[in-house]
Design a protein around this ligand. Structure first.
Ligand code: BGC
Length: 351
C-alpha cells in the first residue's frame, strides 16, 4: 500500500513538473464578431492542447490598443511563442520589439504584421488568389469572352490597415481589368482606387452605407447594376443589405455578389439567392499548419514554408506558408462545407 501511495505521489510530481515545462503559446486574435476568427482561435487552441502545449487565447474586439495590451501581458506572463492575427498590421512594432528582446518567436497568422523585424514566419491563404477566384467568377458568369456587354460593376474592398485587403483587391482587379479596358465592364461610380473602395474594419454597416450611396448616385434610373465585387462575406452582407434597402429584389435584376470565408450568414444568402459565391478558406487547414510551425520552432527545427518571395513586411521577406483558397457556390457547397464536417445542416438551416 505504502509503495502504491509513493508511486502515485511520484507520478503526480512528475506530471506537475512536466506541465510546469509545457510551453505556452500566446494566440492573439482580432475579434469574435466575425465567425471565422472564432473558428481559427478554437481550432488552434484545440490542436495546440492536443500537441501538449498550454494556450493563452485572446480576442481584442477589433481594438488595436486592446490587442497591444493583450500581447504585452502575454510577454510579461512568459509565453514561449506568439501567434498573432493583427487588427492593424502596422501598429504592433513596439510591442513586438519587446517580444524580440525576450527571444519570443512571432508567427503572423493570416494577416502579415508590417514594419517589424520581430516576425519569424507567416502563414495564410494565398490572398491574391482569393481575388483572382472572385474576378474569374464574374468573367465566367457574365460570359465576358463572348457577351457584348457592357455590364456595370462596383467594388467593395476590405480594411485599409489589413495588408491582405490590397492583395484580395489586386487579384480581383488584375483579373477583370482586361474587360474594363475593352469596355465590357464599366464601373459607373468611377470608384476603383483602393483607398476609395476600402471598408474600415471590414464593417458590414460601412459597406452597406457605401452601397446605398453608390445606388442613390448612380443606379436610380434605368442603369442596371450587374456586379458588386466584394472582397469578403462581411462586406458582401453590407452590399446585400444596401440593395434590399434600396428596393432591389433577389432574382431578375439582382447583381452578382462575390464574397470570401463561407460564413454561415453568407452561405444562407447563397441558398436564398442573394450572394452568388464565396471563397472557402478552411480554417482547420490554416490552424493545423500553424500548429506544425509552432511545434517545429519550439523544437528548434525549420518549419515548412512554400513561399519566400511574395510577402515583404517592410523589413524584408517573411518566409510564408500559403494554403490554397477554394471556390464555393451552390454547386459545391455541400461537399465542401457539409460532407467535410465544417458545418452541420442545422447550422445552415437545412433540414
Ligand atoms: C481575412 C479574411 C476576413 C477579413 C475580415 C482578412 O484578413 O483574411 O478571411 O474576411 O480579414 O475579418
Amino acid at each position: 500500500m505504502k509503495k502504491l501511495v509513493a508511486l502515485v505521489i511520484a507520478f503526480i510530481m512528475l506530471m506537475s513538473v512536466a506541465s510546469a515545462y509545457a510551453a505556452t503559446v500566446g494566440v492573439a486574435m482580432p475579434t469574435q464578431s466575425l465567425q471565422r476568427w472564432n473558428q481559427d482561435g478554437a481550432n488552434m487552441k484545440a490542436k495546440l492542447e492536443e500537441a501538449g502545449y498550454e494556450v493563452d487565447l485572446q480576442y481584442a474586439d477589433n481594438d488595436v490598443a486592446k490587442q497591444v495590451s493583450q500581447i504585452e501581458n502575454m510577454i510579461a506572463n512568459g509565453v514561449d511563442i506568439l501567434v498573432v492575427a493583427s487588427i492593424d498590421g502596422g501598429a504592433l512594432g513596439t510591442v513586438l520589439a519587446d517580444a524580440k528582446a525576450m527571444e519570443i518567436p512571432v508567427i503572423a497568422y493570416d494577416r502579415l504584421i508590417m514594419q517589424t523585424d520581430a516576425v519569424s514566419y507567416y502563414a495564410t491563404f494565398d490572398n491574391y488568389m482569393v481575388g483572382t477566384i472572385q474576378g474569374q467568377y464574374v468573367i465566367d458568369n457574365l460570359d465576358l469572352e463572348n457577351a457584348e456587354g457592357p455590364f456595370n460593376i462596383e467594388f467593395i474592398a476590405g480594411a485599409p490597415d489589413d495588408n491582405n485587403a490590397r492583395y484580395f483587391f489586386q487579384g480581383a482587379w488584375d483579373t477583370v481589368k482586361p474587360y474594363i479596358d475593352n469596355g465590357k465592364l464599366v464601373c459607373v461610380s468611377g470608384q476603383t482606387d483602393f483607398e476609395t473602395i476600402a471598408t474600415q474594419s471590414w464593417s458590414t454597416e460601412k459597406a452597406q452605407q457605401r452601397m446605398e450611396n453608390i445606388i442613390s448616385s448612380n443606379y436610380t434610373g434605368d442603369t442596371k447594376l450587374d456586379v458588386v465585387l466584394c472582397s469578403n462575406d462581411s462586406t458582401a452582407n453590407g452590399a446585400t443589405n444596401g440593395l434590399l434597402g434600396a428596393g432591389f429584389q433577389p432574382g431578375e435584376g439582382w447583381p452578382i455578389i462575390t464574397g470570401q470565408d463561407c460564413d454561415i450568414v453568407s452561405v444562407k444568402n447563397m441558398l436564398a439567392g442573394t450572394q452568388s459565391m464565396s471563397v472557402f478558406k478552411d480554417t482547420r487547414t490554416l490552424a493545423n499548419k500553424v500548429v506544425e510551425m509552432v511545434d517545429a520552432i519550439l523544437k528548434g527545427e525549420q518549419p515548412e514554408v512554400n513561399d519566400t518571395e511574395t510577402y515583404d513586411n517592410g523589413t524584408g521577406i517573411i518566409p510564408t506558408y500559403l494554403c490554397a483558397p477554394v471556390f464555393a457556390d451552390l454547386s459545391n457547397y455541400k461537399e465542401l462545407l457539409l460532407d467535410s464536417g465544417y458545418y452541420t445542416s442545422e447550422q445552415l438551416g437545412i433540414k
